[in-house]
Write a protein that binds this ligand. Structure first.
Ligand SMILES: Cc1cc2nc3c(=O)[nH]c(=O)nc-3n(C[C@H](O)[C@H](O)[C@H](O)COP(=O)(O)OP(=O)(O)OC[C@H]3O[C@@H](n4cnc5c(N)ncnc54)[C@H](O)[C@@H]3O)c2cc1C
Ligand code: SF4
Length: 569
């Protein structure tokens, strides 16, 4: 059946990050008319901020006049760092693209629902090709320091160069050379090779980082996908009474406007939620509460994972080497079976993060730890006044620091709920609940101290981790997990939302286990897999009824519907 012309679009994709970009391109290739609604701005080499002090072009808080691409959200259990732009988190991400270890498919609510270990490799291959993944060829002083420390700590054999989505010159070739599209047979944009400036997380100004606007979204727009930037989705409602079988209306406002918010209404046959773990949870909670999508599973917000992360670091005051040189995450080590540490950096001059750094402090969270921290600061100031002042002095922080990003592939999760906080009872917000995620990973702290010892520097923690016992993560995942029924999750094994027709979730919220590695490649591969089940527009029947919970019947109908579709790019 061909798509009904009375709809503005066949598919509306909400969010243009990893899941959204894959969805947009693959659906367009299958012949659908696709729109992408993205609340963030479009970025080019010219309008990216030079350093993190250019707060208004780095941070996203439109109501305060900050219209950047990076956001921090503070919850009782975790501080979540995330991206907000055309290209989602890819504009600010460090472009580390690692495959999730196989054991993750045996953990969490997705275990046993598909033959993941057999299916996922080909989707990882496609995702890696599209994102231009290579083994990092550029090692900076911070990577050498990580290696030296790993060797001194007995885990030197686990040291590895990260896999990154960065266009790098071959050994011996000059850097910052511009070439016609090197990735898509000439169909993509021209690119320049990386100059190791370490600026990936401030947005690459040299066209070397493989952001989504240079691959998936670029190709999607060439195939007619319309991207609506600065457009926030505030409502999604089924048009009829058949749970989305008659299509949806999607309401938007201009995200960067204060007063004239330019409300618009679009109609479509199908919707893909791809607003990230946090964004999709927030939107679905709001829509369930206001009655637009009352049938969303009660499991929404459950099993939110932080990748069990902790951010620590070392500042080497007066360091002869420029620790900001290299790519943002150049290398990593495994200090034990479950604990993974990467060497991270910001570019020279991007010192704003120093405001959150302080002296490393061990010990159990709470008042005891704060007291210990105060004692450490006091003692250090008395014993080494110059060294201590240097740790707190913002200027030169990025040049003199290596951030250690510690991740653990251990089970552990929190819950997000839609509640009125005690301090603001006028409306409901997303709030976190559950057992606190540990902020203190003793073996990671010991490793940071070793780095400090070898480099002559001072080890650092994040201030919120000590003061409020709240860890920070750039890798919030889960909340709409894959499961066998709405009693256990929000979407089925093909990302179809339980209770609705022609409605999907394709972003980090479906990830159903702690990955122990940076998640973007897994999110991309999962989206490739989800899209591979959608038939071409010419044979669409528009009845992807995940409201049918009998999985035997679902499986039978799926195999009848399925048209194998190898991605064409
Ligand atoms: C500083 C930093 C560095 C990182 N480095 C890495 C790394 O090296 N490797 C890695 O794997 N991961 C990294 N990450 C994490 C990575 O960015 C995320 O895991 C990834 O972007 C999640 O992909 P997604 O598809 O779930 O959503 P996103 O990429 O977050 O995209 C979601 C998009 O939806 C939009 N949106 C949300 N709500 C709405 C709405 N209501 N209407 C319209 N649009 C909406 C948002 O603006 C956003 O652009 C990093 C993150 C940060 C913050
Ligand atoms: S190191 Fe610099 S040039 Fe290389 S990808 Fe990152 S920002 Fe771009």
């Amino acid at each position: 059946m061909s798509p009904a012309p009375q709809f503005d679009f066949d598919f509306i994709v909400i969010g243009s990050g990893f899941g959204g970009s894959v969805s947009a391109l693959r659906l367009a290739e299958k012949g659908y008319r696709v729109a992408v609604m993205e609340m963030g701005r479009r970025w080019t080499r010219e309008n990216l901020p030079r350093t993190s002090w250019s707060i208004h072009r780095w941070f996203w808080r439109p109501r305060l006049g900050l219209r950047g691409f990076f956001n921090m959200r503070f919850f009782r259990h975790v501080t979540i760092l995330h991206g907000c732009a055309v290209g989602g988190g890819s504009i600010t991400y460090a472009s580390t693209l690692l495959r999730a270890p196989e054991k993750v498919w045996d953990m969490g609510s997705w275990a046993g629902l598909a033959d993941w270990k057999a299916e996922m490799p080909r989707h990882f291959d496609t995702a890696s090709r599209m994102l231009g993944v290579i083994e990092n060829r550029i090692l900076g002083p911070a990577d050498h320091l990580l290696k030296k420390t790993a060797e001194a700590s007995g885990c030197g054999h686990t040291y590895y160069r990260t896999h990154v989505g960065i266009f790098q010159s071959a050994a011996g070739e000059p850097v910052r050379q511009t070439y016609p599209d090197p990735f898509f047979g000439g169909e993509g944009p021209e690119r320049s090779t990386c100059n190791a400036c370490g600026g990936c997380m401030m947005g690459c100004q040299h066209g070397a980082k493989n952001t989504l606007d240079l691959n998936y979204l670029y190709l999607a727009e060439k195939r007619g996908v319309q991207i609506f930037a600065e457009t926030k989705v505030i409502d999604v409602r089924p048009l009829g009474t058949d749970n989305g079988g008659s299509g949806y209306e999607v309401h938007t406002v201009k995200s960067t406007a204060w007063v004239r918010r330019q409300p618009r209404r679009f109609t479509c046959r199908a919707v893909v939620f791809a607003a990230s773990s946090l964004g999709t949870m927030e939107l679905l909670f709001h829509l369930r509460e206001k009655g637009s999508l009352p049938g969303i599973s009660k499991r929404l917000g459950k099993h939110v994972r932080t990748n069990s992360e902790s951010l620590i670091g070392v500042r080497v005051g007066g360091c002869a080497d420029d620790l900001s040189k290299g790519v943002a995450i150049g290398s990593g080590v495994y200090i034990d079976q479950d604990t993974h540490i990467e060497a991270v950096r910001y570019p020279n001059g991007s010192d704003a993060m120093s405001l959150l750094a302080t002296l490393l402090t061990d010990g159990r969270p709470g008042a005891q730890r704060i007291a210990l921290w105060l004692r450490n600061v006091f003692r250090s100031a008395l014993r080494h006044p110059i060294k201590t002042t240097r740790v707190f002095w913002p200027r030169g922080w990025a040049r003199e620091s290596v951030i250690l990003l510690c991740m653990q592939a251990l089970e552990g999760h929190i819950e997000m709920r839609w509640e009125r906080p005690w301090f603001w009872p006028f409306r409901k917000f997303l709030v976190s609940r559950g057992t606190k995620v540990p902020t203190f990973i003793p073996q990671a702290n010991a490793f940071a101290k070793k780095v400090a010892e070898i480099s002559g520097g001072t080890s650092m923690s994040m201030l919120p981790e000590i003061l409020f016992n709240v860890p920070a993560t750039a890798h919030c995942i889960g909340g709409c997990v894959i499961a066998d029924s709405p009693k256990r999750g929000v979407v089925d094994v093909r990302h179809r939302v339980f209770g609705y027709r022609n409605m999907y979730v394709c972003d980090g919220s479906v990830v159903s286990a702690n990955l122990g590695v940076n998640p973007s490649l897994t999110i991309t591969a999962l989206a490739e897999r989800a899209m591979s089940f959608i038939p071409p527009a010419s044979s669409a029947t528009w009845d992807s009824g995940s409201s049918v919970f009998d999985n035997t019947r679902l499986a039978e109908r799926d195999s009848a519907l399925r048209v194998p579709s190898e991605p064409s790019v």
